[in-house]
Write a protein that binds this ligand. Structure first.
Ligand code: SAM
Length: 281
């Protein structure tokens, strides 16, 4: 809970990702007692604060003004102000603004305390049934196709569970690219609209889930976390990465089928996997 005194403080407060009842009693109290709430979008957060009867003053802190506003907020905290940082949904800083403010506060010797709570990535991982002992959070993939594919290509050999955020605009493209680059047989879990009315968790192979999502427009609506099983083992994954490199070189001179066959002979990677990752497959 907020403690008024001479020292200012920054509270980093997680808010619901869909279900308002997920705002913890302690988070409600901190938001109520803080001197100021820094929000990503003040109008969006007004609905949450109104629901809980919280009248604390708000101020916008978003991607575009964070550098400038952080300095002003740190000065206030040095003077004793208690500030709560929230984002539109979930945990601030996780694919959301706040990193610069937290860093500036810590550099100024201000206490920074977490109010833990909802986070879509962790909520999705907790129900996915994929290995959860080691995982990688990748946030959003690049919007442009070439950059997205190149990021996915760099992740082909990753053996830890991969977690991505995705929007309704690009979920089909991302699943299709993943099926091509990771192989259609890799297991994926698609967690949609968690904690909301249309919460859905689909699992299966990338090929199968991509098809189901393409065929059903309802499965393309809302907010998504995509979780992909890690590559089988380091040796297989390394073979595939090397195979793909050789395949891309050979493709400049040979038809894709022939390039995949020769690359497979050279590197030991499966010809089918190589051919599947070709743009023409
Ligand atoms: N800071 C947030 C957190 O802790 O999860 C994430 C903010 S990021 C801007 C928004 C993305 O998180 C969405 O595009 C979606 O990928 C994911 N997300 C947020 N709420 C979700 C939900 N209820 N179900 C599934 N994914 C969600």
């Amino acid at each position: 809970m907020a403690q008024h005194g001479t020292a200012g403080k920054l509270w980093v407060v997680a808010t619901p990702i869909g279900n308002l009842d997920d705002l913890s009693p302690r988070a409600q109290q901190v938001l109520r007692e803080a001197d100021l709430i820094a929000c990503e979008d003040t109008r969006h957060s007004a609905a949450l604060l109104k629901h809980f009867g919280i009248a604390t003053r708000t101020l916008a802190l978003h991607e575009h003004n964070e550098g400038q506003v952080s300095g002003e907020l740190v000065s206030k905290m040095v003077d004793g102000t208690q500030i709560a940082l929230i984002s539109d949904a979930g945990t601030p800083l996780i694919s959301d603004p706040g990193f610069r403010l937290v860093r500036a506060a810590r550099e100024a010797g201000i206490a920074v305390s977490p109010l833990p709570g909802p986070c879509a990535a962790i909520a999705a991982l907790s129900v996915a049934g994929l290995a959860s002992d080691r995982f990688v959070f990748e946030g959003f993939l690049p919007a442009k196709s070439a950059a997205r594919r190149s990021r996915l290509q760099a992740l082909c050999a990753e053996t830890r569970t991969l977690i991505f955020y995705e929007s309704s605009h690009r979920v089909v493209e991302s699943l299709t690219d993943m099926a091509q680059l990771f192989g259609a047989a890799r297991v994926v879990v698609l967690a949609r609209e968690l904690t909301k009315l249309f919460e859905t968790v689909l699992d299966g192979t990338l090929g199968d889930v991509a098809q189901r999502v393409v065929a059903d427009a309802n499965q393309q609506r809302g907010e998504f976390v995509l979780l992909v099983a890690g590559a089988d083992d380091d040796a297989d994954a390394a073979r595939l990465v090397e195979g793909r490199r050789v395949f891309e070189l050979l493709r400049r001179e040979l038809p894709p089928g022939r390039a995949a066959k020769v690359a497979s002979e050279i590197t030991g990677a499966s010809r089918k996997d190589l051919y599947r990752t070709s743009d023409e497959s």
